[in-house]
Design a protein around this ligand. Sequence first.
Ligand code: ZN
Ligand code: ZN
Length: 255
Amino acid sequence: MKVLPPRTLPPDKPFQRRHRPPSVGHWASYRSCLRWDFGFSCGFCLLHEADFFHGQPGARTGIMTIEHQTLKSKAPKKANDFENCFFACRLCNRARGTKPREHQGARLLDPTHKAWVDHFELVEDRLRPVPGDIDAEYTRFAYDLDDPEKVSRRRARRELLTDRLLLLARIGEELSALLDLAERLRSLGSPSFKSAWKEIVSLRLQAHRALQVLRLYRAIPDDAPRACRCDPQPELSLPDVLGRQVVDIDETWSL
Ligand SMILES: [Zn+2]
Ligand SMILES: [Zn+2]
């Protein structure tokens, strides 16, 4: 199972537009393509869908939106231009509102052309603009990248996942030692075998519980679209910049 890292680091490359809908359609019809291109994450604040709904699909409606960097109201003709559509959380979309693309010499950064790592540093749970980078400053202001709700959602994921991943690692080590011990005790016909086995069952139960939490943070959601408007359809995978950060979990020894 691939789960999100405790912290998503600013991508070291721009998000790549791998999907190219073959014909211009209504911008809302690009949603599946954009979800894959941005790895189910907001292209601006980097929060993932799972940061909002914690595995409860019912709570998902309206969480992620399609942002138009060139505003629909300013350039209706560009509304359905795929290159002008970005996967964004509702908080970023709402914060930006109708703020202009350029303001007093600063320009909104485009995550499909700029690597966020060149413009932002993740400090604790905040995206801090590189000093003197007015475009990063303006982008942070326009999308309110560190509004308290975003910071608290980043913190919630970091604390929870760090804890459960460490727990799983510890259980894994203990289990492998205990399994060896139980095997030796069994071959010796020792009555202690039963208590070792009980301990193994208890550890597996703890692992099972930790995995239930981690499952809420799957990098590829259960309802990830298997079809989109593209023909041929590009490979359905996470963008490389996020895929390299996910944590691959071995579930074989859980219950
Ligand atoms: Zn597509
Ligand atoms: Zn966002």
